[in-house]
Write a protein of this length. Structure first.
Length: 308
């Protein structure tokens, strides 16, 4: 039996979607298979938090679970007649029949019992065994930073060796779950197949860091360009662009490239790229070295004031 999804994620039943998402991302990172190689317990916990997040992040499914219409695995609940005031008690269907009130009864047993109570031609009918949706499957997929920004396609290997190409939407974040409809377990008695739930891990990048929809990076610039200004080439996630460095730029100066951050997605506008300059000396030219030997910082300004 699947555990209560609220307990799995450690959140209250009144938790907001943001609280659910934060709890899931924290636990998904903790139990991620890449961080726990060969740890079967961590693997099972990773699957459990993924399933819990998939159910609770779907508003319609969450509401149905809260009303008791589906169980923690997303399957429809059945109801049998129970004691204690004539209320209803859930039953679970198993290979040998139904588990009712702690004892085992086959469908025929239940038919005989209720047939006697109501009359063989009366009101009891066996629960119809109609189509049921197949179970969901959990997968983990690591994507590059650039694919998370620009979008792309990655491939996962399914059990049995088959592969599945997964379209990565631009702007996807670390810990986000993609749902591929109909790519899970086969349905029961003609029911629809379950879904594939793919937890995304975004690989770190040596050049860029993400800040919401904006991207930040550092870029070295030579002394001459920093002092006099000039054009430099900036490698953006979507390709290289030229940009002018203002004269007198110092280390720590930040340039902004509009729309060169995370690509526009959904209702989100494209982010910006912020470039922090790092002034580098490089190989010192002998003429510069000689100039500096005879130069005192601030002396030129004083001489100018004296002449005035």
């Amino acid at each position: 039996m699947s555990k209560d999804p609220y307990e799995v994620l450690g959140v209250a039943r009144t938790a907001s979607q943001d609280e659910i998402r934060k709890a899931y991302r924290k636990l998904a990172k903790k139990y991620h298979p890449d961080l726990n190689p060969g740890d079967k317990v961590a693997e099972e916990n990773f699957k459990a938090v993924g399933a819990a997040n998939a159910l609770l992040s779907d508003e319609a499914q969450r509401a149905r679970f809260d009303r008791g219409e589906i169980d923690a695995s997303g399957q429809e609940k059945g109801y049998g007649f129970g004691g204690g005031g004539g209320g209803y008690r859930d039953y679970a269907e198993g290979a040998q029949g139904f588990n009712y009130g702690g004892g085992q009864f086959s469908e025929d047993d239940l038919g005989d019992i209720f047939g006697t109570m109501f009359g063989q031609g009366g009101g009891f009918r066996r629960r119809p065994q109609g189509p049921m949706k197949g179970g969901d499957r959990q997968y983990a997929l690591t994507v590059s930073f650039l694919d998370s920004v620009n979008g792309g396609t990655s491939r996962i290997t399914l059990p049995g060796g088959a592969t599945l190409d997964v379209k990565i939407p631009p702007g996807i974040t670390d810990g986000q779950v993609l749902r591929l409809r109909g790519k899970g377990d086969p349905g029961h008695q003609g029911g629809p197949a379950g879904d594939a739930l793919i937890t995304i891990t975004v690989a770190p990048d040596s050049t860029y860091t993400r800040d919401g929809n904006d991207i930040r990076m550092s870029l070295p610039v030579d002394l001459k360009t920093a002092v006099l200004g000039g054009s430099i080439t900036i490698p953006t996630p979507a390709g290289s662009v030229k940009m002018n460095v203002p004269a007198g730029s110092d280390t720590g100066s930040v340039l902004r490239l509009r729309g060169r951050g995370v690509k526009a997605h959904g209702k989100q506008e494209a982010g910006n790229l912020y470039v922090k300059l790092q002034v580098t000396i490089g190989k010192v030219d002998p003429a510069l070295e000689e100039f500096l030997k005879n130069w005192t910082p601030g002396e030129t300004a004083k001489q100018g004031e004296a002449k005035a």
